[in-house]
Design a protein around this ligand. Structure first.
Ligand code: PSU
Ligand code: MN
Length: 300
């Protein structure tokens, strides 16, 4: 890959070993959160990283250039119409000079590793989809976590995935899963999926020590942060909504990339819109934890 283009602020931070937190752009684009929540999410996540003492580095492909850290006047571009760019799409987006390639987790983590950013924050990961035993639909996010030297911070994976298989895949791929002050793998809108994480950690310093002692040079780890208690949705209600929405997908032939927006819209409707502020709260909270970890790694 041609070296990504870092903003001056990100360049300075990397040159001096100061903490930096990479962020994706898909969740802020028209492929992720609905407007105007997307703009609020971006502002709050950037502010949370700064308040935590780190430099925010949003990744995106703009005019065919892989970018790390945007100018505030460029933020509007990533709130708009996008083409989804996973890691494998980066060379295509560059070669074809895409106007705006929105980076997913896999793209962002690979770009972060390429420029030496140690920590990445998002809302939820992609993972193993329900029914993957038939469709083979496993997000490239999981392999990216396993093969790039980055600590990823998320509230678990997308709510409607096959979470037990997602955890099994992370185990097979050799990704340590660390529960942030919590024993359970979070289920995005709710604090626990009922599945235990492999390890619990209490502090950013502990995460930094795990990072420093990885056995494979090119490998990452996943820190899972539960949504703050005050913002959690009702787990029983959510289970019902998910089952109904996925059943409806199956009956009406909604498949592939159309599933996420369909299910998210159903969740929003069924929770009287409460899923949107919950999503913002967890993304902001993750950004703050990621900044703490970046500070601890930089202090290393
Ligand atoms: N989680 C959400 N909404 C999203 C995503 C995650 O609640 O839109 C995005 C992230 O950018 C993630 C991507 O990396 O979906 C994974 O997509 P796929 O399942 O196609 O690999
Ligand atoms: Mn997929």
């Amino acid at each position: 890959m041609i070296a990504p283009q870092c903003s001056d602020e990100v360049k300075r931070a990397l040159a001096t070993g100061s903490p930096v937190v990479a962020m994706e752009s898909t969740i802020y684009s028209n492929l992720g959160l609905p407007a105007p929540a997307n703009a609020e999410a971006l502002d709050r996540c950037i502010a949370a990283v700064r308040n935590g003492g780190a430099v925010p580095a949003v990744t995106a492909i703009l005019d065919g250039v892989v970018r790390v850290g945007l100018d505030p006047n460029e933020n509007d571009r990533i709130l708009g119409g996008a083409r989804k760019a996973a890691e494998r799409d980066i060379p295509v987006a560059v070669a074809q000079q895409w106007d705006f390639g929105a980076t997913t987790v896999s793209a962002s983590v690979s770009i972060a590793a390429a420029v030496g950013i140690a920590v990445f924050a998002t809302g939820g990961l992609g993972g193993v989809h329900r029914g993957a035993e038939l469709t083979g639909d496993v997000s490239a996010d999981l392999d990216a976590l396993a093969t790039h030297r980055v600590v990823s911070v998320s509230a678990g994976a997308k709510a409607f995935l096959d979470l037990p298989r997602t955890l099994e895949y992370l185990e097979t791929a050799g990704v340590p899963v660390l529960g942030w002050q919590h024993d359970w793998f979070p289920a995005f809108y709710t604090r626990s999926s009922g599945l235990p994480v492999a390890h619990r950690v209490e502090t950013a310093a502990e995460v930094a020590r795990v990072h420093a002692n990885r056995t494979r040079v090119d490998s990452g780890l996943l820190v899972t942060v539960p949504i703050p208690e005050a913002d959690e949705l009702d787990p029983v209600k959510l289970d019902q909504v998910l089952d109904e929405a996925l059943g409806e997908c199956a009956r009406s032939g909604v498949v592939g990339a159309a599933v996420t927006p369909f299910v998210l819209a159903r969740i929003a409707a069924a929770t009287n819109g409460q899923s949107i502020p919950a999503n913002l709260a967890l993304a902001e909270n993750n950004a703050g934890v990621a900044a703490e970890i970046a500070v601890a790694i930089a202090a290393g």
